[in-house]
Design a protein around this ligand. Structure first.
Ligand code: FAD
Length: 411
């Protein structure tokens, strides 16, 4: 028996391995990860870890002993370089073949590069893994003027940490508002104002044409309008690309991620894909993509897909229908999102000032709720959306309506 090989020892891969054991799988489980460290959490890299409030030990997803106690073979610092589907084996970086009965692709995603002149200059960085965070931490201590390219979650979290250290921070963003792809205009506007009041400058509708440098180090960004933005540290956070090449080379279906069905299986029944790198059909994607599939980059998705897959591989198959949810900590503000919002959703706001929620409706149905410093709303929203509890925009707009009662009321 070859057992289950999990390629990628990140959030999804680690959770799949642990869930297999929890579900009673007794065969061999091998977790292969190219990074040199045991599985760790990425979210603190742009938050508490970067701010020096937690150390590397605090990032570990499991204690070292967990893997040996649960007979999970960890192959760290090891890259999977090919999949031999006919031979049911993966080929490792050094040529070793690792046979499998079932292969789980949990390869995550990598940062999208910004291919403009000067991109190779020292001082231009990205943030995806622990090594990036360590390098950034060090760079921050010697930096004075910081530029962030991309006003997405990670760019803004990083910008908030840098501004809190008293550095001069500018954020360059092609869209007209922060987190434009992910959140409503209302939430984006709140965070714009919050970051500006912390001293961060935004340049919206701006593109980077080139990086300029002195002695091999970045000194400025040349923007598309010809202006120069001086910076001695640049963080590029313009989204990710799913690690789908291995799957494509092995003849599996890909297209913005490794394509899987509702059971998280690829078109080869012996290969599944989970986490940031997988594109799957979601009951929460109505009106978001032509084929009803999504690819989600979140801890919730990585964990729940690991669990769902482990259940299938141990004889309890079920479609993946977990409600997507997400959080982001930016400065002193916490954003929590339940469900999947879309660009044309109608917004209804409950609450005001620094504590509010934006209820987002598509085709009259509640699809997502963004809660800013409103953890209670977030927990209720998760239950409302997951259960499909009917809620009209008018009801959501009524401050006297007790949402908790709606959740508790039997239907
Ligand atoms: P990953 O955790 O990226 O793991 C994939 C692993 O596969 C990596 O270790 C990679 O090195 C390895 N790998 C890739 N190719 C190979 C190969 N060929 N062979 C062997 N190994 C390989 N999500 C939230 O919900 N909330 C947050 O606040 C939040 N903050 C984040 C902050 C940062 C800085 C980052 C980077 C991400 C954040 N996320 C957050 C997203 C979350 O961390 C990811 O969604 C989650 O880690 C996805 O898990 P994964 O296992 O799919 O991918």
């Amino acid at each position: 028996m070859s057992g289950i090989v999990i390629a990628g020892a990140g959030q999804a891969g680690c959770h799949a391995a642990a869930s297999l054991r929890e579900a009673g799988y007794a065969g061999p489980v091998t977790l292969v990860g190219e990074e040199p460290y045991g599985p760790y959490q990425r979210p603190p890299l742009s938050k508490a870890y970067l701010a020096g409030k937690t150390d590397a030990a605090g990032l570990a997803l499991r204690a070292d002993a967990f893997f040996s106690e649960h007979a999970i073979a960890l192959r760290l610092g090891t890259r999977v370089s090919a999949i031999d589907r006919a031979g049911r084996a993966v080929v490792l970086g050094d040529g070793e073949r690792l046979p499998y009965d079932h292969l789980v692709l949990a390869l995550g995603a990598r940062n999208r590069p910004l291919p403009v002149p000067g991109a190779e200059l020292a001082g231009i960085r990205q943030l995806r893994g622990l090594a990036d965070a360590d390098a950034l931490k060090e760079a921050l201590s010697g930096a004075a003027r910081v530029a962030v390219v991309g006003a997405g979650f990670i760019g803004l979290e990083f910008a908030a940490v840098a501004a809190a250290r008293g550095l001069d921070v500018a954020v360059v963003e092609a869209a007209s508002r922060p987190m434009a792809r992910a959140v409503s205009a209302e939430t984006g506007e709140f965070f714009r104002a919050a970051h500006e009041s912390a001293g961060i400058r935004f340049l919206f509708g701006a593109g980077v044409a080139a990086f300029e440098g002195r002695d091999g180090r970045v000194s400025a960004l040349r923007l598309a309008d010809g202006s120069a933005l001086p910076a001695d540290l640049v963080v590029v956070g313009i989204g990710v690309l799913p690690n789908a090449e291995l799957a494509a080379e092995a003849g599996l279906a890909v297209g913005d991620g490794i394509r899987v069905d509702a059971m998280l299986a690829t078109d080869d029944p012996a290969v599944s894909a989970i986490g940031d790198g997988a594109r799957f059909p979601s009951p929460f994607a109505a009106g978001l993509s032509a084929d009803g599939t999504v690819r989600i980059e979140s801890v919730q998705n990585a964990i729940d897909q690991g669990r769902c897959l482990a259940a299938r591989l141990t004889g309890r198959p079920a479609a993946y229908t977990a409600l997507p949810w997400f959080w982001s900590d930016q400065g002193r503000h916490k954003l929590q999102i339940a469900g999947l919002g879309g660009p044309n959703d109608a917004s209804v706001i409950r609450g005001s000032g620094e504590a509010f929620s934006v209820f987002r409706f598509r085709e009259g149905v509640l699809r997502a709720v963004e809660s800013v410093n409103q953890a209670g709303d977030h927990m209720i929203a998760r239950r409302l959306i997951a259960a499909g509890t009917p809620l009209s925009p008018e009801q959501a707009a009524d401050p006297s309506l007790d949402l908790k009662a709606l959740v508790l009321r039997p239907r």
